[in-house]
Design a protein around this ligand. Structure first.
Ligand SMILES: *Cc1c(COP(=O)(O)O)cnc(C)c1O
Length: 378
């Protein structure tokens, strides 16, 4: 029997052909496909600049680095993948965790209480693909003169009040890991409308080198101005990205249909809380449910027995050993994130799920919940 994972890349013959073409060309890296992918991406988002990098984590690290924030604190959400907060630590910044609200995004009402003299920025995450409330968050940032960095690893294609994610805040990071809405294998993208940040990201991706600086001589000369990295994305990956980007809207529409089918199927089940959607636009990277009165780990196990790979997104960042040893979660209590992380379960959602896959998952969840309700009744 086939296994249905929680997420899966969609690679078709077009994707393969375009990658093979590049493999047969003169450029494996730093060739024409990089700029072509960046331009197509910026055009899709409607922003001015895009910088392709080797992963979503690299995109986050460079986005933060480009802002030159110095030392200090950055307000962020604990309900995310560890890479979000790690990107702050790489830049000698301290994450300050603010609790989530019913949308599972950072609660804008709780941000101001955590702002101190040391606060430099707010780093948001659009959990599962639903955008944060950027009207409120931008107001707070403006009032306190803070930058906003957006981790949009889940939210490619979503928007806020008609503005696409990637064009809303100071700087945005995307991921093209295979489970994300489009993939380049590994890969990421930074978007911004700020020319200075753009130029710094370009340099930081390539060792901090400015190729236009001819201080040392002629055409061959370059000057290293910042402590950069090698976070370049290859040309064949960019070719895959160009091909994938063309299909994003279709993929996201299918994701939305699947989410709707789950919503219809589970809306009358008291043991399941469905995602609370406050805004129409959602990229549906993940479909998460909250288990009420049944044990999440038991449901996970029952689904696994039925060949369904559910998953958990996320254990709060501060609960991981590394953060426990360096941060004191007691100083930054996030009771809602703690509660949600015990109940949350991610169900399979990817564009190539067939209707029979979806119906199979729905029946399996309904059956498992029934079994557990009987088994766990007091
Ligand atoms: C996937 C993900 C990342 C990291 O992206 P990589 O491309 O795997 O480095 C960062 N933040 C969030 C919220 C993610 O889901």
């Amino acid at each position: 029997m086939k296994f249905i994972p929680y997420g899966k890349p969609c690679i078709d013959e077009d994707d393969i052909r375009t990658v093979v073409e590049v493999l047969r060309s003169d450029w494996l890296t730093t060739g024409p496909k990089v700029a072509e992918f960046e331009q197509a991406f910026a055009q899709y988002i409607g922003c001015q600049y895009a910088v392709a990098v080797s992963s979503g984590t690299a995109a986050l690290e460079l986005a933060v680095a480009s802002l030159n924030l110095g030392n200090g604190e950055v307000i962020t959400t604990p309900m995310t993948f560890v890479a979000t907060a790690n990107s702050l630590l790489y830049n000698n910044l301290t994450p300050v965790f603010v609790d989530i609200d019913d949308t599972l995004n950072i609660n804008p009402e709780k941000i101001e209480a955590k702002i101190t003299q040391k606060t430099k920025a707010i780093m948001t995450v659009d959990f599962a693909g639903q955008t944060c409330n950027y009207t409120e968050i931008k107001n707070i940032a403006q009032k306190h003169n803070l930058k906003i960095i957006e981790d949009a690893a889940h939210a490619l294609g979503a928007s806020w009040n008609g503005t696409k994610v990637g064009n809303i805040v100071d700087i945005t990071a995307f991921s093209f890991h295979p489970v994300k809405n489009i993939t380049t294998g590994e890969g990421g993208m930074i978007t911004t409308n700020n020319k200075e940040l753009y130029e710094r990201c370009l340099m930081l991706r390539h060792h901090g080198i400015d190729r236009n600086d001819k201080t040392f001589g002629g055409d061959w000369a370059f000057n290293m101005k910042l402590l950069g990295r090698n976070y370049r994305l290859t040309d064949f990956q960019c070719a895959l990205g160009i091909s994938q980007l063309k299909k994003l809207e279709r993929y996201n529409k299918r994701r939305q249909q699947i989410a709707q089918q789950y919503t219809n199927a589970f809306s009358k089940m008291p043991q399941i809380s469905l995602p609370i959607i406050k805004h129409a636009s959602h990229a549906w990277h993940l479909f998460v449910i909250l288990c009420e009165k049944i044990d999440r780990n038991d449901l996970y196990k029952r689904l696994k027995e039925k060949n369904i790979g559910a998953n958990v997104h996320y254990i709060p960042v501060y609960s991981h050993d590394y953060y426990k040893s360096t941060h004191n979660p007691a100083q930054q209590p996030c009771p809602k994130a703690d509660d949600v992380s015990k109940k949350i379960l991610t169900l399979p959602l990817y564009p190539t799920m067939t209707d029979s896959d979806i119906n199979y998952v729905i029946a399996a969840v309904q059956d498992s919940v029934k079994e557990l309700t009987i088994a766990e009744a007091p």
